[in-house]
Design a protein around this ligand. Structure first.
Ligand code: ADP
Ligand code: MG
Length: 336
């Protein structure tokens, strides 16, 4: 938009800034990018027979991260949460755009942000193909473009009664890390200093489960990535599919740092944590061996934590004594 330039651009000029930090010289463009940064649009070459999977996620200062957040970790996380959405659809990343509002053109900050961003982009062969840059309160918005064979896309409405429910990795560490960063008493009291750096990594540098998502395509029924907590996110699948679920408390995968907490706080982290970016998915019970193989080939641990029932929207938790009780779904809601 011409009217906002150059007065609204961060100091040093918008185009200099893009050239310095985001246009990577001397790197051959991947085959799917016919035209990258610098023109009115980027041009992507679609793979015949694939559907495009597109997702956008925004990170806002004060809402999603603290003002003093490490810019390298922010670059990682801004892209990771978007790649995680592709993973949950079973899609392969092809490229992304970056819309940035910056209070000022701080080269040190931008250099660290770009290096965190590109390290993850390169690991997933997902090039930056365009974006927008303006002056304003710090705000990072990424749109990712991926591709998926039509029959492999894992939709939320595809869970069926009798399906197993699985989750990848471990649950709740990002929530515990957040509570420690907020200096919440129960979190600090039960977490030794030695455990904290690893926990912070879980919050700041989530690993998008792209390889697992691709391996599950065509096998799993419904899937999503856990951003708002197990109960809230599973409820999205139950609503979309018109089914219920029974979860087994003892089977919820937890790190030692979580297992050490009093049970009520374990509940908070495991059931209502957020920011885990693990995959939650359902698959027919006769696919257990195939799921194990998918976990193995993608080198991603997977745990079976319950099953889907035909009682619409009824979510039950079976405790360590075998007693079942209903749990109510509430994930994080920005407008609640
Ligand atoms: P337009 O005015 O046509 O929208 P811009 O002046 O906003 O174009 O951007 C010029 C070029 O730089 C475009 O190709 C755009 O995609 C790219 N670009 C702008 N900001 C970024 C960014 N933060 N990261 C990557 N590419 C960007
Ligand atoms: Mg623009």
């Amino acid at each position: 938009m011409n009217t906002t330039r150059p007065a609204d651009a961060p100091g040093g000029g918008e185009f200099d800034l893009i050239a310095r930090h985001f246009q990577r010289q001397g790197r051959p463009a991947p085959a799917q990018v016919a035209l990258g940064i610098g023109d009115d649009c980027a041009l992507l070459v679609p793979t015949p027979g694939r559907q495009m999977a597109i997702s956008t996620d925004m990170l806002v200062e004060g809402r999603h991260f603290f003002p003093d957040a490490d810019p390298n970790a922010l670059g990682h996380k801004a892209l990771a949460v978007n790649l995680s959405d592709l993973a949950a659809m079973g899609a392969t990343p092809r490229g992304f755009t970056l819309a940035l509002a910056l209070p000022s053109a701080d080269d040190t900050w931008l250099g660290a942000f770009a290096s965190g961003l590109f390290a993850l982009a390169d690991a997933h062969q997902c090039p930056l193909i365009g974006g927008d840059t303006t002056r304003g309160p710090l705000n990072l918005c990424i749109t990712v473009f991926g591709e998926v064979p039509p029959a492999a896309a894992m939709r939320r409405q595809a869970a069926r009664p009798g399906d197993d429910v699985y989750v990848s990795g471990l649950l709740g560490e990002a929530r515990l890390a957040l509570e420690i960063r907020r200096q919440t008493e129960w979190a600090c009291v039960h977490t030794p200093e030695a455990d904290r750096p690893d926990l912070m990594q879980r919050l700041d540098r989530p690993k998008p489960r792209v390889a697992l998502g691709r391996a599950l395509g065509g096998i799993a029924h419904a899937a999503l990535d856990l951003s708002d907590g197990l109960v809230g996110d599973l409820t999205h699948i139950l609503r979309a599919s018109g089914v219920g679920a029974i979860l087994d408390w003892a089977s919820l995968p937890r790190a030692a740092a979580i297992a050490r907490l009093p049970e009520t706080h374990q509940h908070t982290c495991l059931l209502h944590g957020g920011d885990d970016y693990e995959l939650l998915f359902t698959a027919p019970a006769n696919q257990r061996q195939t799921i194990e193989r998918a976990a193995h080939t993608s080198q991603t641990p997977v745990h079976r934590i319950g099953h889907i029932t035909d009682t619409a929207l009824d979510l039950q938790l079976v405790d360590a004594h075998g007693i079942s009780r209903a749990i109510v779904g509430h994930g994080y809601d920005h407008f609640a």
